[in-house]
Design a protein around this ligand. Structure first.
Ligand code: 3PG
Length: 307
């Protein structure tokens, strides 16, 4: 009987785990659960005899792939798969998939919450500002950015996107205006929200030069990945611009140094929480389980990312 492991350092809601288990057992497979693990050794042991794994931001490197000698498929229940060593997986014929769109609304809603928190001066008692009538710039226009855009427009924001791979019809359907370059996006928008995946070509692309173009009272929102920001540039921006705020779902590596210069104008969630809702857990977890069953029963590789 094939074994399917759920390996989550940051667990899904129980309702999601129950849903995944039902799909797996109804299909005639066995579920194995490793939640809240703290040591890599626990993961290495858990993967030994399984045919499939469902993960979140859990790091699946070459050592984990090598330890999983029966592994056929790894599904990242979520969007970004920068935590999986695709080369190592491909070398062992392991199919890697993600579940695009399934947790996007949750992340989009968190971005709204972070923007409101910044706009109200982190509830420090002073008069804040409203989002209505302000400009929001989306760096990329995938699933999360689209949910964020709809909510922001509902609040009366004017939305721009830098999305060079999307055509005009796509932007028009979202009622989003095009920024032709990152520079134009940062220049035009008081709020900029990042929605780029982490790849070698997106590493540290958010520089001081870009940030310094932002209008007065600017806020940068990062629910993407820590590594897309050049943290020395962020530090320089805080030092140079006393009106600038940064809100994020990921703690910077240089948090202490930034804390020393930012005068409480930065807020980062203590843990990555964007996709941590019951709804997102259910959507992404169940999609992952269905994709594994689809692959085992019908050879369906629709969401494979290591082709
Ligand atoms: C994603 O890429 O799907 C999000 O960053 C959510 O990640 P998480 O499942 O670790 O919360």
């Amino acid at each position: 009987m094939k074994k399917i492991l759920i390996a989550t350092e940051k667990p899904f809601a129980k309702s999601s785990v129950d849903g995944i288990s039902k799909i797996v057992t109804d299909a005639g497979y066995e579920i194995v659960l490793l939640e809240n693990y703290t040591e890599k050794a626990q993961l290495l042991k858990a993967v030994e005899h399984v045919n499939a794994i469902i993960i979140r931001s859990d790091k699946i490197d070459k050592e984990v792939i090598d330890a999983a000698s029966k592994l056929e498929v790894a599904v990242r229940a979520g969007a970004g798969y920068d935590n999986v060593d695709l080369e190592a997986a491909t070398a062992k014929n392991v199919v890697v998939m993600n579940t695009p769109g399934q947790n996007s609304n949750a992340v989009g809603e968190l971005a709204i919450g972070l923007m409101l928190y910044a706009a109200r001066n982190f509830f420090n008692g002073s008069s804040g500002t409203e989002l209505r009538g302000k400009t929001l710039g989306l760096y990329a226009l995938g699933n999360t950015a689209k949910y964020l855009s709809k909510a922001a427009q509902g609040l009366g924001m004017e939305v721009y996107a830098y999305a060079p791979t999307k055509d005009d019809r796509y932007l028009q359907a979202e009622n989003v205006k095009r920024a032709n370059s990152p520079e134009e996006l940062f220049e035009k928008c008081r709020y900029v929200s990042l929605h780029i995946p982490l790849k070698p070509e997106t590493k540290e692309i958010i520089t001081y030069e870009l940030l310094s173009l932002m209008p007065k009272n600017a806020t940068l929102v990062n629910t993407a990945r820590r590594e897309v920001i050049n943290e020395d540039g962020l530090l320089k921006m805080f030092a140079a611009r006393k009106d600038f705020k940064y809100v994020s779902d990921i703690q910077p590596a240089k948090k202490e140094a930034i804390d020393n210069v930012c005068d409480n104008r930065m807020y980062c969630t203590p843990k990555k929480m964007g996709a941590q809702t019951a709804e997102a857990n259910i959507n992404a977890g169940i999609a992952a389980a269905n994709q594994i069953v689809g692959l085992f029963k019908n050879g369906d590789r629709t969401f494979q990312v290591n082709k």
